[in-house]
Design a protein around this ligand. Sequence first.
Ligand SMILES: [Zn+2]
Length: 490
Amino acid sequence: MATTVMAGAVEGVDGVEVQVEVDLVRRLPRVTVVGLPASAVKESTERVRSAILASGLDFPKQRVTINLAPADVKKDGTAFDLAGVMAVGELSLSGALRDVPGALPLALLARQRGVRALILPEDCAGQGAVVPGLNVLSATNLAEVVDWLNGKDTLKKASFVSEPRPVHHGDLADVRGQALARRGLEIAAAGGHNLLLIGAPGSGKTMLASRLGGLLPPMTFEEAIETTRVHSVAGLLPERVGILEQRPFRNPHHSISPAGLLGGASLRPGELSLAHHGVLFLDELPEFSRGTLEQLRSPLERREVVIARSAGAVTLPAACMLVAAANPCACGFLGHPHKPCRCGEAALRRYRQRLSGPLLDRIDLCVRIDPVHSEELFCDRRRESSAEVRERVVAARRAQTERYKSLPIFNNAMLDGPACREAANTTPAGMRLLRDSMEHLSLSARACDRVLKVARTIADLDGVGRVDLEHVAEAVAFRAQDSVEAQGGL
Ligand SMILES: [Zn+2]
């Protein structure tokens, strides 16, 4: 007689139902796994046997055939002996249940399938408990699960804890001086713009970039679920944490491989996807390999990564803001008020080329960060907090949501071409300045659109419907392209 139970696998960030059909026949004892078993599954038969024996249960002295069937392939509706229960977990030799990656996507699948109960290992049960309307039970070992199936009250209802506040967040209130950088961060947050920070070593680029998360609107529940899914699949959620509530801030080292950044054949999400709904920070941008950055271009624009593999492509989400940081030149001190730059003409040119590499045209705003003056360091004037800035950002984002409600975009950074010019609805004075800037700075049409996008965000921060002279002027000052290309660096 065959018994079928429901389990699940993870593909990309989605749960996929797998039916485990077990058949016992009175023949010589042997265990065979058929269906679509990966080698890890095949090798698990000895582990499962050991776990069953260690739990004080009998292992059948018969021929055991285990058939793994993806639900979309096999839908013949074999009766469920464990009707409507889904169980997921890795068995140790002793019968203890270990954490599995992707508990959240599997819980979402369980809810979609309307299961009566989802049984998860204790350490990741919290991820399932986040899903509203799903009965999630937490188990520590196999014997408990078997007792529960036999009608005993051995499993606890799962609950979750919130993520501890990450240390990197910090507050703008602790930042002294840096008026221009604060403004740049606010505009970037308000419009979802990618940002480049340029400054000498130790000028505070990382410190400023890490504060961007605190300026962005709080994540909606849907966004939090989407972000948590990615981290769940990557096995990166802290123990017992149910849901990520802070926008992620990912800070990969420049030696990272393309697979590490974008995700690889093993389908582990890359840093770009781990930054979904948050910030991807590339410190020392010119040190990243050109090839790696090239591969980032299209996923950044499309807000998703497509990973090709033999069994078909998998798409991972990747809607994040890019913040890059760089020194102004190879020695780091070009334009520094007190320290001389030691780079020669040729070194400056080479550095400029590396900096204006593959990603510069994906960046809307550039901020030059100067060392803080000593009078600013000791001035105890009250500084605005991240929460105060965030209120303006939220209001500006609300205006964008309203304006783009009939379009497939939700912020100014996503505007392009004609949509950009329409949304800007620039006044005649603003238009004149834009045209003059185009001429004097020889801006391309694309560069001009980028100026307009940023000007649109500045006008949204001002709460006005039309882009005017002052908005264009400020946007021009924040341009990335010629900040790098003009003035020999910056
Ligand atoms: Zn230099």
